[in-house]
Design a protein around this ligand. Structure first.
Ligand SMILES: [Zn+2]
Ligand SMILES: [Zn+2]
Length: 321
């Protein structure tokens, strides 16, 4: 499926087999997760996509050709971070997620909404055994970047999660495994999502813009709504941290300094490092993280994105090839 221009529907296309460069793998795609970031690309909120573009950055595929680290037939996962320069000050200090020249799968490079995909093998991960292809796909972004978001919350015991979609449903399981208490904040009227959060171990679920049931030590915001920032700052205790987990968010409303006062921290998460991926994919089977998915055929990618836009996916959407 191809994006010709932002804000245009994806188009089904017969593409030629992509060229495989040195150090790259040609993959037969088995599944590709649909991420909110794909929606930001398609909707033009991320403004510099390669065009035309094959979106998709949660690829589970099998190696057809190329590579030294992975053999033909191996199952690998391709995440959002597609390439980094290795020489800039960020890359040299273990922060390749911030690389100035990074390129991203399904944004600057063609992604996995296709039967075949090409990826730099240094940025591909082996998928833990025991995860079927479809259940593995959401681990590759919702899981990885969700996990990085959770790490940036430090050792917070009382954790608020704002927006309970694909990333949150994975992070909730990891946080419970780590012995944290989880509070899920959703749209006030969204009873199905609140029930879903409670089933996954949250001890409370309710209105994101209403009062929290008790003080939080940290809040993770996965919904792209700027008005959640003052709400989350209001909910965290002194010394608490609010982490914005998405790549795009609507404008944050003006807020009184007293919401930040008391050594509260407000920060964002950008992308992932390969170390995050290795750490999370080793941890996931131990929890064990179980992903809840809703499947779509490749040609239904546009429908999956529409459902994501309205917040009506339970867990994660995955395209099946
Ligand atoms: Zn770099
Ligand atoms: Zn993503």
């Amino acid at each position: 499926m191809v994006l010709d221009e932002p804000r245009r529907p994806l188009r089904a296309a017969d593409l030629t087999v992509p060229a495989v460069g040195e150090g790259e793998l040609l993959l037969e795609v088995a599944a590709c997760g649909v991420c909110r970031t794909d929606l930001h690309v398609v909707d033009g909120e991320l403004t510099e996509p390669k065009l035309p573009l094959v979106p998709g950055h949660q690829i589970v595929g099998r190696v057809v050709e190329g590579g030294e680290r992975h053999a033909v037939g191996d199952r690998v996962g391709v995440p959002w971070l597609g390439w980094t320069c290795g020489v800039c000050r960020y890359c040299r200090s273990g922060r390749e997620n911030l690389c100035d020249r990074a390129s991203f799968t399904g944004y600057n490079r063609d992604g996995g909404y296709a039967e075949l995909a090409v990826a730099d093998e240094r940025f591909c991960f082996p998928i833990p055994e025991g995860y079927p292809d479809l259940q593995a796909a959401p681990l590759l972004c919702a899981g990885l970047i969700g996990y990085r978001t959770l790490k940036l919350a430090g050792d917070a015991e009382r954790l608020g999660i704002y927006g309970f979609g694909a990333a949150a449903h994975i992070v909730c399981q990891v946080a419970r495994h780590q012995g944290r208490r989880v509070f899920a904040f959703t749209r006030a009227s969204d009873a199905p999502t609140q029930r879903f959060a409670l089933e996954l171990g949250a001890e409370w679920a309710g209105d994101a813009l209403g009062p929290a049931p008790e003080e939080l030590d940290a809040a993770l915001i996965f919904a792209p709504a700027g008005e959640l920032v003052p709400a989350a700052l209001r909910a965290v205790a002194k010394g608490g941290t609010v982490v914005c987990g998405g790549i795009h968010m609507s404008d944050i409303p003006s807020l009184p300094y007293e919401l930040l006062w008391g050594e509260r921290t407000l920060r964002s998460v950008a992308n992932l490092t390969r170390a995050d991926g290795e750490e999370f994919l080793a941890l996931a089977p131990q929890v064990p993280v179980r992903t809840e998915i809703e499947t779509f055929a490749l040609e239904e990618a546009g429908d999956a994105l529409d459902r994501l836009r309205t917040g009506s996916i339970r867990g994660a959407a995955v395209l099946v090839l």
